[in-house]
Design a protein around this ligand. Sequence first.
Ligand code: SAM
Length: 263
Amino acid sequence: MDRARRRKFGQNFLDVPTAVAIASDLPAEAGQAVLEIGPGHGALTEHLLNRGVQLTAVEIDEQCVEVLNEKFKDYENFFIENIDFLKFDLNHFLEHHEKPWVTGNLPYNVSTAIIAGLMPRLHLTKGFMGMVQLEVAQRICAQPCSKNYGSLSVLVSAYANTQILRKIGPEHFTPKPNVDSATMLLTPRQNPMDFQGANPEKFFDFVRAAFTQKRKTLANSFDKKYNKKKIQEAIELLDYPTTVRAEELSPEQFLEFYNVICK
Ligand code: SAM
């Protein structure tokens, strides 16, 4: 076992029964396009290919790519790109594939970067169904006023309906990770958030700043980049209670607040 490689690429391979169960949660039908991130040795891939989907896998590790090319050499519905997904031209892929499903047992070290990059393009897909660390899934799927609600929840729920599907313990992987995992379903919102001309990246920077000291009231929770007086004035103007905290604002309320301060 190449331990350094496995750690570097976040490689924890699923056992077959768990992979079958997870693959069965992806509602992709024969002939539809599927994009799989981090196929590893093809645990999920195999069951999806046997269902007849047109599957493009994006895998960073050339050793895994060799294994996959050999394993699936007789499959005409298998395509693979040997590249870091964070450098993969997702826009180009989406231009050439009709609303694919996106899936994968994501490498934990880059899972939030992958999900954050996918969100603005989620409406060009049927959705994402895949696995991340349980704690990350809980943050992504958290609702306002709950303990896990934070900037990642706001970012994802601006674009997606979210649902945790399965919790998966470390015993289902080789090697065993130190954390629990969960699969989640993220489908495009029918009425995605209207940014009303605001720049989404600047807006999400603002949301992250609002959660810098999330135990404090909103007037005191921001980092120094934002003017405290302006924040207090916006809270008054919007008639929020003076005790309001960042975790109480829905994504839409955050946008309203941002537009008062930054527009
Ligand atoms: N899908 C397999 C399974 O469930 O058994 C492997 C999952 S393993 C948690 C994560 C996979 O993502 C590994 O195969 C790893 O090499 C790959 N990977 C890691 N970083 C990646 C990246 N930046 N882009 C694409 N693949 C990556």
